[in-house]
Structures are given as structure tokens and as C-alpha cells.
Design a protein around this ligand. Sequence first.
Ligand SMILES: Cc1cc2nc3c(=O)[nH]c(=O)nc-3n(C[C@H](O)[C@H](O)[C@H](O)COP(=O)(O)OP(=O)(O)OC[C@H]3O[C@@H](n4cnc5c(N)ncnc54)[C@H](O)[C@@H]3O)c2cc1C
Length: 278
Amino acid sequence: MKPAAFEYHAPASAEETVALLAEWGDEAKVIAGGQSLVPMLALRLAAYGHLVDLRHVEGLRGIEHRDGRVRIGATTTQTTLQRSPEVGELIPLLVRATPLIGHFQIRNRGTIGGSLAHADAAAEYPAVALTLDAEVEALSVRGRRRIPAADELLTAVTFPVWRGPCGFAIEEFARRSRGLALAGAAVAVGLDGDGRIDRCAIGLFGLGPTPRRAPEAEAAAVGSRPDEQDADALGRLALAGLDSVPSDLHGSADYRRRVGAAMVARAWRRAVREAVDG
Ligand SMILES: Cc1cc2nc3c(=O)[nH]c(=O)nc-3n(C[C@H](O)[C@H](O)[C@H](O)COP(=O)(O)OP(=O)(O)OC[C@H]3O[C@@H](n4cnc5c(N)ncnc54)[C@H](O)[C@@H]3O)c2cc1C
């Protein structure tokens, strides 16, 4: 099938882009790498009268490290992030999540802004952003703000850099190699001077309508020593309070919970090993 006819716009600036979005309202849609949007248009799961292409928009691409934070422009591709030594050093979880996204052809075009705006419940980047408390910048004709909404352009995402002894890991289980995750977990841990866990973030994906954190498991980990924690018990705790776990042809809610707990346990072991061993 072919997409329904649309008018194509290629603005040169973010301001021009949001003016077009304001002018055409629900009829307009931004297109970045097209890796999620184009299949939806081609299958006629969605139709828009106006597509606003971000590829020529100045200032939306690039990686900047300042004041303990890394700001990534929305149209920075997944491959650029995967290959960036700076991101590898400062936000290792993001680089480790990237090879789990589809295939290299998809990552060559797919953008971080597209992944976050599309916000698939099983996608890796939204889960990483949630785990690391990243902030999203959005621009509309009304101005800039930190949380995206329908008629806004996501311009960048900023990640805080974790310092000191810390470790990061992401694990997922998918039915097909490089398919969307049936269940996945991202874990970040930091140690204090005595080797106790003083920071812990656990993000879950594929396990609900949006990625989610596991606050009870995080709280149980903080203050303990890594060797005092039973990874499997922590995984079960992370999933214990989770509601709205989907049940479908790919797996029942109960199955997803068990797989999710195993992914947390696996990611936990790897993250802790990195934090302890450096
Ligand atoms: C076969 C296949 C396998 C895939 N596997 C995975 C996977 O395992 N994990 C995963 O996470 N993804 C997967 N994807 C999706 C892929 O990673 C996309 O690259 C990503 O979801 C969207 O990025 P994009 O730049 O292509 O966005 P587009 O497809 O261009 O846009 C997606 C949506 O985001 C909106 N959007 C894009 N940029 C902005 C912006 N700056 N501001 C506001 N709205 C914006 C668009 O309007 C649209 O609604 C897969 C895709 C395919 C085709």
C-alpha cells in the first residue's frame, strides 16, 4: 500500500517548524527518521495532510556536554549516539541500549527525538530516559518548555552525568532477534565511599502502556552493600507492584512479569559488577 497524499514541507528552522505545526494543527505531523511514521502511513494506520520534515532544520542535531549534563539534539541519529565516544563515556546506558533497537539500517535513520516522541511502550530510549531522569525540551509557538505535547517539536533531551563508582546495564527479551521487547529492564547503580549503594534507578519497558520505574526495589537497594542483595528477589520486588502489565498473543501478563523480573536480575548483576570492579 502507499500512503495517502500529503503536502511536504521542509523548513530550515525550529521556529518555522512550529509555525507550520500551529498553522495546520492535527492535519500536520513532524517526520524525522521516518522509521516508525512511514510504516504507519504506508499501512494507512495514520494519514496526515501535511508532513513537516526535520532533516534541514538547523540546530536540532548534535551532542553537547556542559555543567554535568549531556544535551542531545532531537534529530541526532541512533547510530551517531552508538558511535559517540563522548556519549559512551558519559551516558553509557544510552550507548548500550542502542544496538537493541531494530537493525543498523533503522538506527542509521532513526533519531532520539523520534524514539522519545513515538514513545513505544517496548522501546529502549524512553526507558533509558526515564531511568536516568532525563529532561525533554519542547518548542511551540507559545515558547519552550520541558515536557512534550501534541503540537510541539521535541528539540533536545538532556541527561545528567553520573559521577563516581557506578554501573549501568540494560537487558531485554524479544521473541525475534532485534524485535520489540516483550519485557526489558534498565538498571543504574552508584556506590558511596564505603561501597554502599547510594543511588539506584530501575526502569522497566514492554511491561505496561509506558515505561515505568520500580521505586520499591530502588528503595530496597539504596543503603545496602551490593553483595547483600539477592538479584532474583530484587527482580521479583521490581515487578510485584506493577499493574496494567499487558496480556496478548505474545505472552500473558504473568509470563511477562516473570521475564521482567529475570531481566531486572540480569541487568542488576551486570550493573553492580561494573560499579564494584570499575
Ligand atoms: C523493523 C523495525 C524495527 C524496529 N525496532 C525497534 C526497537 O527494537 N526499538 C525501538 O525503540 N524502536 C524500534 N523501531 C522504531 C525505530 O527505532 C524508529 O527509529 C523510532 O521509533 C522513531 O524514530 P524516527 O526518527 O524514525 O521517527 P519518525 O518515524 O520520523 O517519527 C515517529 C513519531 O515521532 C514524531 N516525531 C519525530 N521527531 C519528533 C520531534 N523532534 N518532535 C516531535 N515529534 C517528533 C513523529 O511525528 C512521529 O509521530 C523499529 C522500526 C522498524 C521499522
